[in-house]
Design a protein around this ligand. Structure first.
Ligand SMILES: [Zn+2]
Length: 417
């Protein structure tokens, strides 16, 4: 890798694209592609890829017009100005200015793990996660309008009810059909006005080439995120928090973010204002990189959440962290569009998962160890957003012992927490 020249290089994690007018004249105009899985490469195998960073590509757009891409729009900058995905699974933007960082690799410093976080991390269970994932991926499909989706929603509702959540299942429309979201609420116990923290994932799956009734195990997309939600809900329900926690399994994501768009649209202003953070999980189980990597994707308004997650990753995991402020094609987008701080946690993708949206997105493609690392990062950040409160008043200057063989002293007094 040659060092970037300010003004000419564009950074994607550990890779650098060198803008070179002479090369561009030979290969065609370089443009930036953001894709779901390998959707762009699969649909346009003939388009030369100049830099492959999984979810992000630089490709040489030939002198022909691709469906969904208007070169004139790109040249006039209107494609970017409208900020509307021109294809549901990939987006083409003009190359950003030289010196731009498209995918950043932050260097976050690890912190000491506090006792509350340590207890929750210990409680996370790979077996419990794999049990839910196996159930979801074992259904023939979770297409939003299928019996499989209803069965998956029943299963998630039962899990959340078991874990002490108040469950509701508001109906949503998906095209001319009807589906649902599954919502679980856990009330906080802080005094005064409380905020709310959301954990979200889409429960539906899809087989794009095969149609609604074709097999769609959706193990990675998004059985992995869907199974992570009730597992985090389980460990978080074991102690009191200052703020409310709401977990949501969305329907209709694969047909165009219907569940999350309708949810956000239906939120009264006071409820929107109460949201401290939205943590969205979509594809957390496919190991596409040599080193286990997570991509944190948000917008400038979620920068604080991204920093917290990067610190949590450094503190509680061995994950390599990449970040992007180029949000695309998952349920964090409607929240960001409404001005609500939201972030997507998704597997890193030096070479993206090409199995999704087909019958090949099966359980054997999922690496539960990667998913558990991402859950550890998420839980460590959630502790800060939910704010622990003491289970019961304790005398000042208590000695609290926690964990086998560990003894820590905390100044816990009236008014703490
Ligand atoms: Zn997905």
């Amino acid at each position: 890798m040659t060092g970037p020249q300010v003004g000419s290089a564009i950074r994607f994690g550990d890779q650098v694209f060198q803008w070179d007018e002479a090369a561009a004249a030979r290969t065609g105009r370089p443009v930036l592609v953001t894709q779901v899985g390998r959707s762009f490469q699969q649909q346009h195998p003939d388009v030369p890829v100049l830099l492959d960073h999984g979810r992000h590509l630089v490709v040489a757009l030939p002198d022909l017009e691709l469906p969904h891409v208007q070169l004139t729009d790109l040249e006039q900058g209107t494609a970017e100005a409208e900020a509307v995905p021109v294809h549901p699974d990939w987006r083409v933007d003009p190359m950003p200015e030289g010196g731009t960082v498209v995918v950043h690799r932050p260097e976050a410093a690890a912190r000491a793990i506090d006792p509350v976080t340590a207890e929750l991390l210990d409680a996370l269970s790979r077996e419990s996660f794999e049990g839910t994932l196996g159930f979801l991926a074992g259904l023939p499909t979770r297409h939003s309008l299928s019996a499989g989706f209803r069965e998956a929603a029943d299963h998630m509702a039962a899990l959340l009810t078991d874990r002490g959540y108040a469950v509701s299942r508001p109906a949503i429309t998906v095209g001319s059909g009807s589906s649902s979201n599954v919502i679980g609420d856990l009330a906080g116990s802080g005094e005064g006005p409380r905020g709310v923290v959301l954990i979200t994932a889409h429960l539906d799956s899809i087989n794009l080439p095969g149609g609604p009734s074709a097999p769609a195990p959706g193990a990675d997309d998004n059985g992995s995120g869907s199974a992570g939600v009730p597992e985090m809900a389980r460990v978080l329900s074991g102690r009191p928090w200052r703020h409310d926690l709401r977990v949501i399994l969305f329907g209709g994501e694969e047909e165009g973010l219907h569940g999350s768009r309708q949810y956000v649209r239906g939120l009264p202003g006071a409820e929107r204002a109460r949201i401290r953070a939205v943590l969205n999980l979509d594809m957390v189980g496919s190991l596409n990189t040599a080193a286990p990597t997570v991509l944190l994707e948000g917008a400038p308004r979620s920068a604080a959440l991204i920093n917290d997650l990067a610190t949590a990753a450094a503190t509680a995991t061995g994950l390599t962290v990449e970040t992007s402020l180029n949000p695309f094609a998952s349920d964090h987008v409607p929240f960001l569009d409404a001005g609500i701080p939201a972030v997507l946690t998704i597997e890193g993708a030096d070479s993206a998962n090409g199995n999704i949206h087909s019958a090949n997105d099966t359980l054997d493609t999922v690496d539960p160890a990667l998913a558990m690392e991402i859950l550890r990062m998420d839980v460590a950040a959630l502790v800060g957003w939910l704010e622990p409160v003491d289970a019961a008043p304790r005398p000042a200057g208590s000695v609290v012992s926690w964990g086998p063989g560990r003894l820590d002293v905390f100044g816990i007094g009236a008014g703490s927490g």
